[in-house]
Design a protein around this ligand. Structure first.
Ligand SMILES: Nc1ncnc2c1ncn2[C@@H]1O[C@H](COP(=O)(O)OP(=O)(O)OP(=O)(O)O)[C@@H](O)[C@H]1O
Ligand SMILES: [Mg+2]
Length: 251
């Protein structure tokens, strides 16, 4: 049995304002295993980003528990501990890449290690190894703006993985990329996951993205309403069918 890296128990999030109350997550429970790529699909407003924000300690749950490697994370939802928690445990990949434009590719990728206090020589060596793995060794002294969207996302993936975090969270990581670049990025992500045994959660609207995952959770109205375990490469139609069913409930 694979090692359970993340356990989410009855997680709920209610946003309350003077005039509104929204249940963004309603008692969500699931597990993530070491080396697993888990996709999360669902209707718009079903709580996917809220979930990633809580798992990444960017937001606090209203109730429920999260365990990372068996340890409850409740002490880490508030600053300043949240920042340290993120630095040590979470790799983020965003739709908009979020690279620092004034830094080179190598500096962007090495930044999380510098922030952890690693010595410059060691950082350079680790960055070189990582950039070779994603096929960007030649670009290390370029600035992000000199790269294509797909290359920029490979830089962002490298930056997310460089500290070897126990979990990597990606929200619509291919949302800004065309079909072929999307395939290229997913191949890089799956290759990295296999080589480095990473545990990754990707939120996506795109069944072509979910097809690369090991398992898909379908969200609607703050709840997990369906699950699909992927086997082999011919699962696009099955994922599409389930996704369409969820979209129909949503209407
Ligand atoms: N900061 C906030 N304050 C109040 N309500 C919020 C806040 N963030 C999210 N919500 C609400 O919570 C629900 C879930 O939002 P969330 O962003 O998690 O959805 P999503 O599944 O990521 O949607 P999408 O696919 O459109 O990105 C929505 O109804 C949204 O309006
Ligand atoms: Mg979202």
């Amino acid at each position: 049995m694979a090692n359970k890296v993340l356990e989410v128990n009855d997680l709920s999030k209610i946003y309350k304002g003077a005039e509104y109350e929204v249940t963004a997550l309603n008692k969500v429970s699931f597990e993530l295993y070491t080396g697993e790529l888990l996709a999360i699909m669902g209707t718009s407003g079903s709580g996917k980003s809220t979930l990633l924000n809580i798992l990444g300690a960017l937001d606090e749950p209203s109730s429920g528990k999260v365990f990372l490697n068996g340890k409850e994370t409740k002490d880490f939802f508030k600053e300043p501990k949240a920042t340290l928690y993120r630095r040590d445990n979470i790799g983020f990949i965003f739709q908009s890449f979020n690279l620092l434009k004034d830094l080179t590719v190598a500096e962007n990728v090495g930044l999380p290690l510098i922030l952890k206090g690693m010595e410059k020589k060691e950082v350079e060596q680790k960055v070189d190894e990582m950039l070779s793995l994603v096929g960007l060794a030649k670009w290390k002294l370029h600035r992000p703006i000199q790269l294509s969207g797909g290359q920029q996302q490979r830089v962002a993936i490298s930056r997310a993985l460089i500290t070897s975090p126990p979990i990597v969270l990606a929200d619509e990581l291919t949302g800004n990329l065309d079909f072929n670049t999307t395939k290229d990025i997913l191949n890089v992500l799956v290759d990295m996951k296999n080589r480095l045994n990473k545990s990754i959660i990707v939120v996506t609207h795109d069944p072509n993205v979910a097809m690369y995952s090991d398992r898909v959770l379908f969200f609607h109205d703050g709840k997990i309403v369906d699950e699909y375990k992927c086997q082999g490469n011919n699962n696009l139609q099955n994922i599409l069918k389930k996704f369409q069913r969820i979209m129909e409930i949503g209407q």
